[in-house]
Design a protein around this ligand. Structure first.
Ligand code: GLU
Length: 273
């Protein structure tokens, strides 16, 4: 079967060495290499950063297939998925602010940090609100599908299994649709990976803990679970992972200084491609 991989950057800042690494891994592992612009957070995304992504990938010599998918053109598909989940009875509206959540978590046992931050204490679960963010009732969702698993070929190779206790205690009722943007990273990534027929999701190991959420959503929506390949993160000299604000390591800066794509490969430990 042809391997289909993708690079899915958000245009919220310059691509840096970590992105170059992620894109090269994805390109090397796919027979078909796709690009997806994750631009749903319109308050943080800028057209000039999107243009910079195309320029940087071209400079690196990474050729992706077209058309490029942009998540802002996919809002109806996210709406359909949310409607299906709502029909299944596994969602509810939540009107909590960050402050409400912090206040509800003042009890010492309530302090578990999940993939999206503090595990939601469930305040709105039975309140029958008709507006606000849409959350997944993860207990009900797990009841519907049973234990979930995925195959990892990257930093933690093997089959990973997650049961209902893990999902309710360590992940909690995650947000499926933010009030302002009508979707969330988790929902969009699942709907789009399926639509683009991705066979192996390659991405940084910082997203490993989000993967059970994605597999759960795939099961609920009747979508195939791809293989996952989480790769190591590129770190600075202090061992801190690079972030968008690390402009000093922006690819465009290295390019302006006269470095070549081969230099970039060497810097991220990919001498042989
Ligand atoms: N858009 C995400 C990022 O910029 C990557 C999402 C993914 O690969 O699943 O980090």
């Amino acid at each position: 079967m042809a391997r289909v991989t993708r690079f899915a950057p958000s245009p919220t800042g310059p691509l840096h060495l970590g992105h170059a690494y992620a894109a090269m891994i994805a390109a090397a592992r796919g027979d078909h290499f796709l690009l997806r612009i994750e631009d749903i957070d319109t308050a943080r995304c800028k057209p000039e950063w999107e243009t910079a992504i195309y320029n940087d990938l071209q400079w690196l010599g990474l050729r992706y297939e077209t058309p490029v998918m942009r998540q802002t053109s996919r809002i109806p598909a996210y709406g359909d998925a949310l409607a299906r989940l709502t029909d299944m009875g596994v969602t509810y509206h939540c009107t909590c602010t960050r402050g409400d959540i912090r206040a509800a978590m003042s009890a010492p046992q309530e302090g578990v940090i999940g993939p999206d931050g503090p595990v939601y204490p469930g305040t709105c679960r039975d309140r029958q609100h008709s507006e606000g963010a849409l959350r997944l009732n993860i207990g009900k969702a797990m009841q519907a599908v049973g234990a979930i698993h995925f195959t990892e070929t990257g930093t933690r190779p093997g089959d990973h299994i997650f049961d209902s206790a893990y999902m309710t205690e360590r992940v909690g009722d995650i947000v499926l649709a933010r009030r302002d943007i009508g979707t969330s990273y988790h929902l969009a990534v699942v709907v789009d990976d399926a639509f683009q027929a991705i066979t192996e999701v390659t991405r940084g190991e910082d997203l490993f803990d989000a993967t059970p959420i994605h597999v759960l959503l795939q099961r609920l929506l009747g979508l195939q679970t791809p293989a996952y390949h989480h790769h190591r993160l590129i770190r600075d000299e202090q061992g801190k992972r690079l972030a968008k604000r690390d402009d000093a390591r922006a690819l465009s800066k290295y390019r302006a200084e006269g470095l070549t794509p081969a230099d970039i490969r060497r810097m991220i430990g990919l001498q042989n491609g």
